[in-house]
Design a protein around this ligand. Structure first.
Ligand code: GAR
Length: 202
């Protein structure tokens, strides 16, 4: 059975990428194969994780290229590598409507809150946790969803709640949400959608 070929898009440290690589190695991603890692920035640690795992990677520098050229190069690369599924794993760029429309139900994203709380334009990375603490919510979590034209607005695949301990700061909360939710949910979602892709083929 041919596996779904997965491209993981990253912008930074890549702990969610690592969770996917570890899941694949542990046999927890039987329907998918991580075939490519793409970063919009050179020098990020996620690229080292890809190379340590023997996965091909590419840098397409969005800042230097601008949105249109960035996406043109991205589409060409995804076609060349015959990618079936795109996983946004700490990818902190917004993709255009044109790009997103090319891949209906073929792009998933991990977001570090319980959508619809603390999401949408401007809510990414540490900022999400800072806002949750500012609001004083007692429960947060993570969400994996399909990507559509609305930022963080696509159909939800998985969510997991995390209780917020008293007195925790934003960096510690970010780590807690990763450990208790993100690193579990993203591989589960990648497997679920990969399996669907394979089933749709046959
Ligand atoms: C993760 O917490 C991820 O959920 C978040 O950025 C972090 C990346 O960490 N993504 C977003 O905020 C997207 N809106 P990582 O590079 O270690 O996986």
């Amino acid at each position: 059975m041919l596996k779904a070929r997965i491209a993981v898009f990253v912008s930074g440290g890549g702990t969610n990428l690592q969770a996917l690589l570890d899941a694949e190695k542990a046999g927890k991603l039987p329907s998918g194969e991580i075939a490519l890692v793409v970063s919009n920035k050179a020098g990020v640690y996620a690229l080292e994780r890809a190379s340590a795992a023997g996965v091909e990677s590419a840098v397409i520098p969005k800042k230097e290229l601008g949105q249109a050229e960035f996406e043109k190069q991205l589409v060409a690369l995804l076609e060349e590598k015959q990618i079936d599924l795109i996983v946004l794993a700490g990818f902190l760029c917004i993709l255009s409507q044109e790009f997103v429309k090319r891949y209906p139900r073929r792009i998933i994203n991990i977001h570090p809150s319980l959508i619809p709380a603390f999401c949408g334009d401007g809510y990414y990375g540490l900022r999400v946790h800072e806002e949750a603490l500012k609001k004083g919510v007692k429960v947060t979590g993570a969400t994996v969803h399909f990507v559509n034209e609305i930022t963080d607005g696509g159909e939800i695949l998985f969510q997991k709640a995390v209780e917020i301990p008293d007195g925790i700061d934003a960096p510690a909360l970010q780590k807690l949400v990763m450990e208790q939710a993100e690193w579990l949910l993203l591989p589960m979602a990648a497997e679920k959608v990969s399996r669907q892709i394979i089933e749709d083929r046959s």
